[in-house]
Design a binder for this molecule. Structure first.
Ligand code: GLV
Ligand code: MN
Length: 176
């Protein structure tokens, strides 16, 4: 969970050169209704990639109005067979709801126990903070999921990218 706010709101000034744990606030005199509404999760993401999936973020970087509020959401689109690959959020617990499709959702505990279920429309899941999890479309049609976080910037460690896509790359001997 993120720290509690010290004022009603603090719309992020993403362009500020001031550094802080989070983002400084834009001037209240410049805050408008537009700062508290976001249509960035309306459209399906681009699923033309190796995973057949896309995660569209509604975090503070995309939606500056959530700054200091300690919450955010994502949109996840998956083609049939598509995967949101194993990843974890270092700063947040996750919950989610399937809006469309049939989705295998799972996470692995620190004791290496795998918990999973196939979910359909309207069904929810939770992922404890920091645990590795994934979603896979196991239905015939598209799947749509909305996820919610108790952090405005949950962060994502995507295991395949972390291990095999880092720059510079992790030495082969280590990966072997
Ligand atoms: C799904 O796991 C997400 O992080 O949005
Ligand atoms: Mn996640």
């Amino acid at each position: 969970a993120d720290p509690d706010p010290l004022q009603d709101f603090c719309v992020a000034d993403l362009k500020s050169s001031t550094s802080a744990n989070g983002f400084p606030c834009k001037l209240s005199s410049e805050v408008t209704s537009d700062d508290f509404f976001f249509d960035g999760l309306v459209k399906e993401g681009n699923t033309s990639n190796a995973f057949g999936g896309s995660v569209t973020p509604g975090n503070v970087l995309a939606f500056p109005g959530v700054n200091t509020l300690g919450i955010s959401m994502n949109r996840v689109d998956l083609v049939p067979g598509g995967l949101n690959p194993p990843h974890l959020h270092p700063r947040s617990t996750e919950s989610g709801i399937v809006i469309e499709g049939k989705v295998l959702v799972g996470f692995v505990s620190t004791a290496n126990v795998f918990y999973s279920r196939v979910l359909r429309r309207g069904e929810m899941f939770v992922v404890p903070k920091g645990l590795v999890h994934f979603q896979m479309n196991v239905g015939e049609g598209k799947a749509l999921i909305f996820t919610a976080f108790n952090s405005e910037l949950p962060g994502a460690v995507v295991l395949p990218l972390t291990l095999f896509g880092s720059k510079p790359s992790v030495p082969n001997d280590v990966l072997t």
